[in-house]
Design a protein around this ligand. Sequence first.
Ligand code: BTN
Length: 226
Amino acid sequence: MKFDFIYFDELPSTNDTAKQKASSGAPEGTVVIARKQSAGRGRVGRSFYSPEGGIYMSVILRPRFSRLTLITPAAAAAVCKALESLGFDCRIKWVNDIYKADKKVCGILTESNLDKGWAVLGVGINTVCPGVNAPEIAGWLYDNEADNDKIIKLVLSEFSEIYEKLPDDGFIKYYREKSYLKGKKLLINGAEYDYKGVDDDFGLLAEKDGKTYKFVCGEVSVKTVV
Ligand code: BTN
């Protein structure tokens, strides 16, 4: 995929700007990047704390396949691979978070408009410490400085490689291998489950009282039990 970058000092949310641009016809590969966001958004109505220093980017996609739910896990695998190539041992927390040593270093939010044929892939990475106002769960990659441009290019190159093959979901093997939830007890809607895996639709499989349940992304928020 060919990328075309649009940089901003500050935006409410790069996803919102990218969605506007997608609606008015911006091509696939347009990447909206902001140095900080004043209203960064996460999944299920949560906010994403976005101070200066981190990476906040949204990529416009015009998918030629219908299984749009593949985009978020594909991006999670891409970010994990990119960070691995920089020497970080990261894990994917179903469905859209990247963890390093029990702390969240990256969140992914995909939004789409099926009628208009676009999707916007939003990626936020705490490359440096997000400061004292960051949520407790937030981690970061580098203590001092980070080469954000280099990380952005690595992530986009890994993503492009997986995306060009979609709806081939061969990357699921890597996604499963890198699961942060493997071997953990989960807290889902207030009840405890054992992690069982991720099925072929990227649904979360979890066991309780000898019965396996499937959870679909967007439906639940998963915590681990310590
Ligand atoms: C999550 O943690 O649930 C997802 C967070 C996604 C954050 C990124 S930062 C760039 C893009 N713009 C947003 O407003 N959100 C995404």
